[in-house]
Design a protein around this ligand. Structure first.
Ligand SMILES: CC(C)(COP(=O)(O)OP(=O)(O)OC[C@H]1O[C@@H](n2cnc3c(N)ncnc32)[C@H](O)[C@@H]1OP(=O)(O)O)[C@@H](O)C(=O)NCCC(=O)NCCS
Length: 341
């Protein structure tokens, strides 16, 4: 039986609604503790794409019934050989060949675009952290389709009702003792003009510095113009970012930076995003310092938030140690899968 695969666009309310409904089923099945994707967010993704990023979304039906979706994400400014696929088949429609057909469609699309490597992801079971995936379908499917595991990732959540302020005080005290010669700054988007080049540099370093396993992702080419375009999309999508940085007094440069972002669709939730310290300035506890200071500032401004989620590569020991100390606890694990054409 063959699937009907329809492109999703905001101008086609049927495909748009079907995609949203299918994504909601997968969300409830896999990651119910995360905020779901709302109609407004999905529209915003079409209206305000990330610079250098193209997202194609499709919804799949069999005999008139929606059975799943797939998206193909590709890039114009870096990682030109890569595509990232997101694929889901509704639990009650599995093991009928729909996943195989949807994946073949997405891979063909990636090949037509000239891509040489595709990545995708699934839930993952990590017994050492007591994390159990809702099912083992994703990994079994990925392996059967010729993908190899490229990078396990762990989501941790900070339940703000459990934060121990005395632990945070201790972290700050310990960090400040090693951070002479640096001063703290904070800002909301847009990034102030005088630091935008430093932020571009740090942002571009992230994929070079964070463990990327075997995924094949190359560092992004980030300049001030790209920072501006990205933050314009963030603001237009209804997100408010809280940034804390450390400026090295001798050079005047921002050498450490972290961000928490809240979406105006949810007053209870936020994402802990990037944290990065310039390699020349590591060993001064600047990572811990910016994270704790940013968390406190964010909470003052957003007293209704109860949960903050973050992602790390399972092997990112330094960042995980800081997160665990702050009170972040493992919630979901994921595996990134890779296939080369
Ligand atoms: C992964 C997923 C898309 C598979 O969809 P599906 O329609 O059930 O997949 P198919 O029926 O086309 O399966 C193709 C092959 O994958 C393998 N497979 C799929 N699920 C499996 C399972 N639970 N156990 C063992 N093998 C499995 C089998 O080899 C199967 O072929 P077969 O049925 O002829 O033996 C679906 O389970 C899903 O949406 N999971 C959650 C989202 C996800 O993990 N997506 C990314 C996957 S990389």
């Amino acid at each position: 039986m063959s699937l009907q695969i329809t492109p999703v666009t905001p101008s086609d309310p049927t495909s748009f609604d079907q995609y949203l409904a299918a994504a909601a089923v997968l969300h409830k099945h896999e990651t119910p503790a995360f905020p779901p994707t709302t109609r407004k967010q999905l529209s915003s993704m079409f209206e305000h794409p990330w610079p250098g990023n193209v997202q194609e979304r499709y919804v799949a039906s069999a005999e008139g019934e929606v059975v799943g979706y797939v998206s193909v994400e590709h890039y114009t400014e870096d990682n030109p050989d890569m595509a990232n696929l997101d694929l889901g088949v509704l639990p009650e429609h599995r093991r009928r060949g729909h996943g195989r057909e949807l994946l073949a469609f997405a891979e063909e699309r990636a090949r037509d675009l000239g891509k040489k490597t595709v990545n995708t992801h699934s839930m993952w079971t990590l017994p050492e952290l007591d994390l159990v995936a809702p099912d083992e379908d994703g990994p079994a499917f990925a392996r059967a389709m010729g993908y190899r595991d490229a990078l396990p990732e762990v989501n941790r959540v900070l339940d703000l009702s459990t934060v121990d302020e005395s632990v945070l005080d201790g972290m700050l005290e310990h960090a400040r003792a090693k951070a002479d010669g640096y001063r703290l700054i904070r800002w909301n988007d847009p990034t102030p003009d005088d630091i935008v080049h430093d932020i571009a540099y740090l942002d571009g370093r992230l994929l070079a510095d964070a463990p990327m396993g075997d995924t094949g992702w190359e560092p992004m080419n980030v300049d001030a113009e790209r920072v501006r375009k990205t933050e314009a999309a963030i603001i237009a999508r209804g997100r408010t970012s809280y940034h804390t940085g450390m400026v090295h007094s001798d050079t005047g440069r921002v050498v450490a930076w972290t961000t928490i972002t809240a979406d105006d669709e949810f007053d209870w939730h936020a994402w802990q995003q990037i944290t990065i310290v310039d390699p020349d300035h590591r060993g001064h506890r600047l990572g811990a310092l910016v994270k704790v200071e940013n968390l406190r500032w964010f909470r003052e401004q957003n007293p209704k938030v109860t949960a903050i989620d973050t992602f790390n590569a399972a092997e990112n020991g330094y960042m995980i140690a800081i997160n665990e100390q702050m009170g972040f606890r493992p919630q979901y694990a994921f595996q990134n899968w890779r296939k080369d054409f």
